[in-house]
Design a protein around this ligand. Structure first.
Ligand SMILES: [Zn+2]
Length: 280
């Protein structure tokens, strides 16, 4: 008799489970920011005619960031088992605006752009993570944004962004200030910065905000990391090593995974809530 009751209860539970699962198919698409993380786009900065910052011994930013990006892709696929795409997989030139456009077309849930810093002060060192904002954290953040926003023309010469592109960016930034994505980008930046400092033991320069063209128009949480200074001799030497690329990649992957887990937890909570509503 007791056995039958247990059986009936289990059967009822299974039916309920299936009922709630089938409800899920009829639930409205989740609101922005409540989707689980399925696709991540990694953007290795520069490439082709645009070498980015250069350092001793012909070391270039474009090579370092490609190495880090490849390692990050492997680490994320292993950790999360999801789709990870790169804006470039070799030494080719990709225009700044095409990078986020690719992320949007790919329905990316996270966009991360990887760069290497350079400063006039050869003692400057360490890692920092940026998210997009019209109001730069300080003059240094603005200088870096200007450096990364340079438009490289097909012949390798450096130009300035057309007025229309700058106005576009201003409009995007204005709308962005209050959006969910902005808040999410700040949380992602925090997670990545903390894990990068912990994993690489480099100097912590903190999370900052600046108007980066490459992050403009991103409809998903988007950050830009500067993984070290090519203008600092000891740090440049380290950045030139494959071992360092792997270490940086693994450290960033930890931060992204923590952020993704938080988003996924919230997404499943939202799904349960809407299933409840659908039952009522
Ligand atoms: Zn760069």
């Amino acid at each position: 008799m007791i056995k039958t009751t247990i059986k009936t209860t289990v059967a009822a539970a299974i039916i309920l489970l299936f009922a709630s699962a089938s409800h899920a198919f009829f639930v409205e698409p989740a609101a922005q920011g409540n989707d689980p993380v399925d696709v991540i786009v990694i953007d290795p900065g520069h490439g082709g005619v645009d070498a980015g910052a250069t350092g001793p011994g012909g070391l270039s930013e474009k090579e370092i960031v490609l190495g880090v990006a490849m390692g990050l892709k492997d680490a994320l696929v292993e950790k999360l088992g999801i789709t990870v795409l790169l804006t470039r997989e070799d030494d080719t030139f990709v225009p700044l605006e095409e990078r986020v456009a690719f992320a949007s077309r790919s329905n990316a849930d996270i966009f991360i752009s990887i760069h290497v810093n350079a400063a006039r002060n050869s003692k400057a060192s360490g890692v920092e993570t940026f998210f997009l904002s019209y109001e730069p954290t300080d003059a240094e953040a603005m200088r870096l944004a200007e450096q990364e926003n340079r438009v490289v023309l097909p012949d390798g010469t450096v130009g300035t962004a057309p007025e229309a592109v700058i106005n576009d960016l201003k409009n995007i930034l204005h709308d962005l200030a209050q959006s969910v994505t902005h808040h999410e980008s700040s949380a992602l930046a925090e997670a990545v910065q903390v894990s990068m400092v912990r994993g690489t033991r480099r100097h912590d320069r903190g999370v900052k905000q600046a108007p980066f063209t490459v992050l403009g128009g991103a409809s998903m949480p988007a950050v830009l990391v500067e993984v070290g200074f090519i203008s600092n001799r000891p740090e440049a030497k380290w950045l030139g090593k494959k071992q360092a690329h792997k270490r940086i990649a693994n450290a960033i992957a930890v931060g992204i995974s923590e952020f993704a887990e938080m988003v996924n937890k919230r997404a499943s909570k939202v799904k349960v809530n809407s299933d409840d509503r659908a039952r009522r």
